[in-house]
Write a protein that binds this ligand. Structure first.
Ligand code: FRU
Length: 451
């Protein structure tokens, strides 16, 4: 496991060790192993010149750290190796990522797409720029052109890239290539501005027809998504000939405070997100790290919804049937609650005295509250729920409610019948109390160690 001997790091979630991390990058299966890269600033707990950190796993649950894969300073990426993706081709591992350059000390920046190649999956050789600013259609900004996500279809390579109109907001562009080196613009997939100021980290999943995008500074819609920066899924049909994507249905990926820029493996229906958020304080800075990734989540599109199941290696240590109320202790591990005809539920987690995080079924919806969780997290949001530490998630009212809660140092990931609500929390180190009360026809509680 990562950083196992330091109890002030997540025990099984991916971090960079020392330093800052943001988006997961380059999720790929190469020679039977799962590779995950991430935006990494190894010199500081603040965002800075972006490198690609690198971890590898045999089972998506236990991760081993590899050397930094990409560092800024090459052709096209003088000031940063921004987000991107990976693909296996000719038994080699290829990274398609955004090179970032500041223009001679001026405010403006240039973002281009660069390629790197590896024969062993550990050491990478850069090929420089493969999609330059001149390949943007007229009217799009060279300053905001980033985060290529590559896949294969019909004997060609395709990639979606976040872009912005000079006079507008975020767009998602489609490019194609025969050989990964030479790329052609195909279309502006949605053909209209996104609601935020910029689209980031688009991810297209051919098998489910799902486009995931993260939008910066998106205005909230009622209480549907209250984060200042939000990740949405769009289900639809991609017309490869014209590069247009017809949206049939859309929703948000996660109902919590800390989920952004998810990426999937092309060959597996599994996503990982950044389990933090821009424009909020990060109390973990004082422990020498900022930012972590979510656990991998198996995704399915069913009955008009994106459903997620966490992938964690666990061993059962306690099982209780016919639960109406119970007290337990858990700080790191997993619990599952299975209820028939649930009417009410209250869960207090990481509790010590008056410090706890709650999740309740109340007034026909789930309400998560981290206002008493411990160290406060302060953000730029102004809406009442965000200021009060609240997040809400719809209750589906199904006959069976299946809930999984994944606890690690500084995070709680809640899944109810496939919907997810992910948040960081900073309770006292010894806060491990759990209190559950339930009203249902029947309820089973299971506790696991993460192994
Ligand atoms: C999203 C993002 C990307 C960019 C990267 C830089 O969180 O802003 O658009 O490539 O982070 O670290």
């Amino acid at each position: 496991m990562l950083d196992n001997n330091n109890n002030l790091r997540p025990k099984f979630h991916i971090t960079g060790g020392y330093g800052w991390i943001n988006d997961p990058n380059g999720l790929v299966v190469f020679r039977g192993r799962y590779h995950v890269f991430f935006q990494y600033h190894p010199q500081s707990v603040k965002w800075g010149p972006m490198h690609w950190g690198h971890v590898v796993s045999d089972d998506l649950a236990h991760w081993e750290r590899l050397p930094i894969a990409l560092a800024p300073g090459g052709s096209g990426d003088t000031d940063g190796c921004f987000s991107g993706s990976a693909i296996v081709h000719d038994d080699k591992l290829w990274l398609l990522y955004t090179g970032f350059t500041k223009n001679d000390g001026q405010d403006t920046v240039r973002q281009v797409q660069c390629l790197a190649e590896s024969s062993d999956g550990v050491h990478f050789v850069k090929h420089g720029v493969v999609i330059g600013s001149e390949q943007l259609p007229i009217g799009y900004a060279a300053t905001d052109f980033r985060d290529p996500k590559v896949w294969r279809h019909g004997g060609k390579f395709w990639c979606v890239i976040a872009a912005r109109k000079l006079d507008g907001r975020g767009r998602t562009l489609l490019y194609s290539s025969e050989d990964l080196m030479s790329w052609h613009f195909v279309g502006d997939m949605l053909g209209k501005d996104c609601k935020g100021i910029m689209t980031e980290c688009p991810d297209y999943r051919e098998s489910e027809g799902l486009l995931l995008v993260s939008e910066q500074s998106q205005p909230s819609e009622g209480s549907v998504h209250l984060n200042y920066h939000t990740t949405r899924w769009m289900k639809g049909k991609l017309d490869y000939a014209h590069g247009s994507f017809a949206v049939e249905k859309t929703g948000i990926c996660d109902y919590g405070f800390d989920f952004y820029a998810p990426q999937s493996f092309e060959t597996e229906p599994v996503v990982i997100g950044w389990m933090s958020m821009w424009d909020r304080t990060m109390p973990s800075e004082k422990y020498g790290f900022a930012g972590m990734l979510t656990v991998p989540r198996k995704i399915e599109y069913e009955h008009g919804e994106l459903l997620q199941t966490p992938i964690v290696s666990k061993r059962e240590i306690l099982r209780k049937k016919n639960v109406e109320s119970l007290k337990d202790n858990i700080k790191i591990g997993v619990i599952e609650i299975a209820a028939e005809n649930l009417q009410a539920l209250s869960l207090r987690m990481r509790k010590k005295g008056d410090t706890y995080t709650s999740f309740e079924l109340t007034g026909g919806e789930w309400v998560f509250d981290r206002s008493r969780s411990g160290e406060p997290i302060v953000g730029v949001e102004t809406n009442a729920d965000s200021l009060a530490g609240i997040r809400r998630m719809p209750f589906d009212g199904k006959e069976k409610t299946e809930m999984t809660v994944v606890f690690d140092e500084f995070s709680i990931e809640i899944f109810v019948n496939g919907r997810s609500l992910t948040s960081t929390v900073y309770p006292p180190q010894d806060a491990d109390g759990l209190e559950l009360t339930v009203r249902a026809d029947s309820c089973e509680y299971i506790k696991y160690d993460v192994v």
